[in-house]
Write a protein that binds this ligand. Structure first.
Ligand SMILES: Cc1ncc(COP(=O)(O)O)c(C=O)c1O
Length: 384
């Protein structure tokens, strides 16, 4: 009997695994050594927790090119950040432009507001490879366009949006970027690019734990608080403080998770974004090459690694995507994902709605051996 292959995790676009050892250590040490309620008391444990949060805020501000760390706001994930931005920034009568690759964490709040008759939404077309053409943004822009939402890297095709070109065309509108799949892979300079609302999640490419994320609020952007309560500051007042970050962060924060997120970002800085990206794109490249040799497989997105993140979507010839993902898992211990990946809009554009695709997404800790093993498994499934 052949030795079974160790489990292979290829679902890093959902959440990265494993996390760097430093992340587990930072969380373990903190949990065992101190209480985690920051800014609420003057005792040593509260001060320690406050320093952890402050250091993480400063780290993320530097990481995302934000000169004022008080404009980095922590949330539970990118979905919460995007909801806060969409519900907080839009006013009745506003027009919104979204790319055709947006995740439901953007489309559902937008469609909800649209259904209530409060906003109108234009969706930019995507090419067969999932590309957005900046000329379409110019065509859709109107005097009432208040917000442009760009998914930086598609979680379906891995296609990278032309962020700098789109940003240069925003004119009087606000630019919101969903960096769920790009943070930790690509450099993101919120100030340099003129991003007004940069939403990130902590548990994917930033290598932190689930339950972490946030947004970077551009200078001068007026966003109302989305929840109110104890902040440990201005406690003599029954009204919410009016200064960032406190006005947005009522309630005891996820100190433990934020410490883990900071450790993940430090790991990225020590390793280097270029090193991480080269490794993940080398795996992507080899996988794309290998898929092209397997009969009947149709790959979506760009044909080579250029213009891609480390996500590959494909459809097997003559088999359902569910069957392939199921067999990869049960027969080969390879964890991939089948379906719409919470992005039905992107699949409509690609022509893969409603069945979706099999999605394989690589992380820094994946190896070439795992890619070869997966290609071999897919060839066997295709042949069987
Ligand atoms: C592009 C994109 N946006 C938003 C999300 C939502 O991420 P989270 O579940 O961390 O809020 C995801 C993750 O699936 C994503 O890929």
């Amino acid at each position: 009997m052949p030795t079974p292959h160790p489990p292979v995790y290829f679902d890093n676009a959902a959440t990265s695994f494993p996390k760097p050892e430093q992340v587990a250590t930072a969380m373990d040490v903190l949990l065992r050594s101190t209480a985690l309620s920051p800014g609420r008391a003057a005792h040593a444990f509260s001060l320690t927790a406050g320093r952890v949060i402050f250091a993480a805020r400063e780290l993320l501000a530097a990481f995302f090119g934000c000169p004022d760390s008080s404009r980095v706001i922590f949330t539970a994930n990118v979905t919460e950040a995007l909801n806060v931005g969409i519900f907080g920034l839009l006013r009745p009568g506003d027009h919104v432009i979204a790319t055709g690759t947006e995740h439901n964490s953007v489309m559902r709040p937008l469609r909800h507001l649209e259904q209530q008759g409060r906003i109108t939404v234009s969706v930019l077309p995507v090419s067969a490879a999932g590309e957005t053409d900046p000329a379409d943004l110019v065509r859709c822009r109107r005097p009432g366009t208040r917000l442009i939402v760009v998914n930086h890297v598609s979680n379906v095709t891995g296609t990278v949006a032309p962020l700098a070109e789109l940003a240069a065309l925003k004119e009087g509108a606000l630019l919101m970027v969903d960096a769920a799949q790009s943070a930790g892979l690509f450099e993101l300079d919120a100030t340099g690019l003129g991003i007004d609302f940069l939403a990130f999640t902590g548990h994917k490419g930033l290598l932190g734990p689930t339950g972490t994320g946030g947004f970077v609020l551009g200078p001068g952007i007026d966003l109302p608080p989305f929840k109110m309560g104890g902040t440990g500051s201005a406690s003599e007042r029954e009204l919410q403080p009016d200064f960032a970050p406190d006005c947005y962060e009522a309630g005891t924060p996820n100190t433990l998770g934020i410490a883990g997120l900071a450790a993940g970002v430090r790991f990225i800085q020590e390793t280097g974004l270029t090193t991480i990206r080269s490794h993940e794109l080398a795996l992507t490249s080899r996988f794309l090459d290998g898929l092209s040799q397997i009969k009947g497989i149709m790959v979506y997105g760009l044909p080579t690694r250029a213009g891609r993140g480390a996500v590959v979507s494909f459809r097997p010839g003559g088999k359902s995507v569910d069957e392939v993902a199921y067999r990869l898992d049960r027969e080969f211990a390879i964890m991939a994902r089948a379906g719409l990946h919470c992005a039905p809009l992107a699949h409509r554009g690609l022509g893969t709605f409603p069945e979706g695709t099999v999605r394989v997404s690589f992380g820094f800790f994946n190896t070439t051996d795992e890619v070869e093993y997966c290609l071999d498994a897919l060839a066997r499934i295709a042949g069987a």
